[in-house]
Design a protein around this ligand. Structure first.
Ligand code: FAD
Length: 479
């Protein structure tokens, strides 16, 4: 490491975000520029500890101490090479990853962790700016053909790796634009869409073909894919939302989060959206305390909601437990998003009992506080007497998770499913010999960094299946 005592000299520092009142006037990313020297100082905080847990804490196996050192030495080309060796899309993870690497950072035991996510984003952007990201088609083509179904981060990573291995890759995407949840789930204030488009253009120039408005099982016949391709990779995500079947749930004004977020993302991209769900002037209640819920909050603020209330069934986590909790508990329990800085109320340990309304639609939600009690080793919830109340609400957004991928496609390929409804298989190979799966469709609702990791690992298995051996890297190589 270049600077042995950087962690003693510098405190953790991140780019300032734009003032909440200002930034909710637009959908642009919230962070302001950060001087390069400050990023260098942040990299200098890496202690070069004997066992870098950040490395194994990252689902991609990012080689973090080494790229921190390269950044400290201002060798952006070397930093780019190190980062690109394990991560196809650091410009995505550098913006929206909950950074399990930071939760594993040894410095984090008694000081704030190294700002790894910010360093990653800076390397990614420097790499584009300085021309280190180049169009690099494979030198040789194998003439094998692979179809990837779904263009979220798992599909993109699988396609990128398989293209690098020399196979002809076609990505089928049912939406009108490529990117999966990067494109139509995650709002622009977290990830502006030019960042996604820049990567797609590069992949196209390197030979990956994208077919949009192409829904396999609807306007694309699964049999055609079986006949025309040597292998198929299913990366269709886990898109069936969890429902809340309580009294009144058929009232007008209750929507799944993704209906709301997708429409806003489309509008930001310049599309006209008919009958748009709008939070303007409404009392909005977001049910669900995760990333999806936070994105609904930020979007509701930007649509000028009258009030925003977020409800979470789980109890409020104690303060300052943070990185001492093992992953994945820490990010799940304590995570706050930039949307929470922008206003609204957040309540934990609250059960939604009933939607109340009239012929025009939703007017109130009936809530009750709950406590979690240990019953024979199992946590169960109990209503707290006297806390039942009705709060005004004209728009309720359900952000309580996703259960599994949509069923018909898997059935049409004859692929076995797990009890949870995700793709079953041996590693990334499904019960059908030449069909593989990666991302949320396989592991269930997860994170972008996991989707990329799964896409890379699945590509390796596909390459081995097609060629008998593979030189594509695995995250296990870097440990
Ligand atoms: P997806 O991104 O869901 O992509 C699947 C794609 O397959 C979609 O484009 C879909 O249209 C397509 N498809 C489905 N069926 C077919 C078919 N039959 N034919 C053709 N195409 C098909 N994770 C983070 O790490 N950080 C975050 O900040 C974060 N925020 C999130 C916010 C929201 C609102 C949501 C919903 C999720 C968020 N996540 C976040 C989770 C993350 O986005 C997902 O884990 C990740 O996108 C999964 O990637 P994937 O490629 O498996 O699936």
């Amino acid at each position: 490491m270049g600077q042995k005592d950087g962690f003693l000299q510098y405190d953790r520092e991140l780019p300032e975000s734009r003032p909440p009142k200002k930034r909710i006037e637009d959908f642009k990313e919230i962070y302001q520029p950060f001087p390069e020297v400050k990023t260098k100082n942040q990299a200098a905080r890496c202690m070069d500890c004997g066992v870098p847990f950040c490395h194994s804490g990252c689902p991609l196996g990012n080689i973090i101490p080494e790229f921190n050192d390269a950044v400290y030495r201002e060798n952006w080309e070397e930093a780019t090479e190190i980062l690109a060796s394990t991560n196809n899309f650091p410009e995505f993870t550098g913006r929206i990853c909950p950074a399990p690497c930071e939760a594993s950072c040894v410095l984090g035991i008694n000081k704030p962790a190294v700002a790894i996510e910010h360093i990653e984003k800076t390397i990614a952007e420097k790499a584009f700016e300085l021309g280190y990201v180049k169009v690099t088609p494979p030198e040789k083509r194998t003439e094998k053909r692979v179809a990837v179904i779904g263009s979220g981060p798992a599909g993109l990573a699988a396609a990128d790796q398989l293209n690098k291995a020399g196979h002809w890759v076609t990505v089928y995407e049912r939406d009108d634009r490529v990117g999966g949840l990067l494109r139509y789930g995650i709002p622009d204030f977290k990830l502006e869409k030019w960042v996604v488009e820049r990567r797609i253009t590069l992949m196209e120039e390197e030979g990956v073909r994208f077919k949009t408005n192409a829904e396999v099982g609807k306007n694309i016949n699964p049999q055609m894919l079986k006949d025309d391709f040597d292998a198929i990779v299913i990366c269709t995500g886990s898109t069936v939302p969890r429902n809340l079947p309580i009294p009144g749930s058929d009232l007008k004004g209750i929507h799944f989060a993704m209906e709301f977020l997708k429409q806003q993302n489309k509008e930001v991209s310049g599309d006209e959206v008919a009958d748009k769900i709008s939070a303007k002037g409404k009392n909005v209640v977001v049910i669900g305390g995760g990333d999806t819920g936070s994105d609904c909050i930020g979007t509701s603020h930007r649509q000028h909601a009258a009030s925003v209330l977020q409800l979470e069934l789980m109890p409020q986590p104690p303060e300052n437990r943070g990185a001492l909790d093992p992953w994945p508990l820490w990010p799940m329990t304590l995570r706050t998003s930039s949307s929470h800085e922008e206003g609204g109320e957040r309540r934990w340990g609250v059960l939604t009992k009933e939607f109340i309304g009239d012929e025009k639609g939703l007017t109130h939600i009936k809530l009750v506080d709950i406590e979690w009690v240990n019953q024979g080793g199992r946590q169960s919830m109990q209503e707290i007497q006297g806390t039942e109340r009705e709060v005004p609400c004209e728009l309720a957004l359900l952000a309580i998770g996703f259960v599994h991928p949509e069923g018909n496609l898997l059935e049409s390929f004859g692929i076995e499913k797990t009890k949870a409804g995700t793709v079953a298989g041996n590693g990334y190979q499904t019960s059908v010999n030449n069909i593989f799966a990666a991302g949320d469709a396989r592991r269930g609702q997860s994170l972008v960094v996991w989707a990329i990791s799964e896409g890379r690992e699945a590509a390796r298995e596909v390459d081995k299946f097609l060629m008998g051996s593979t030189e594509l890297p695995s995250k296990n190589d870097s440990f």
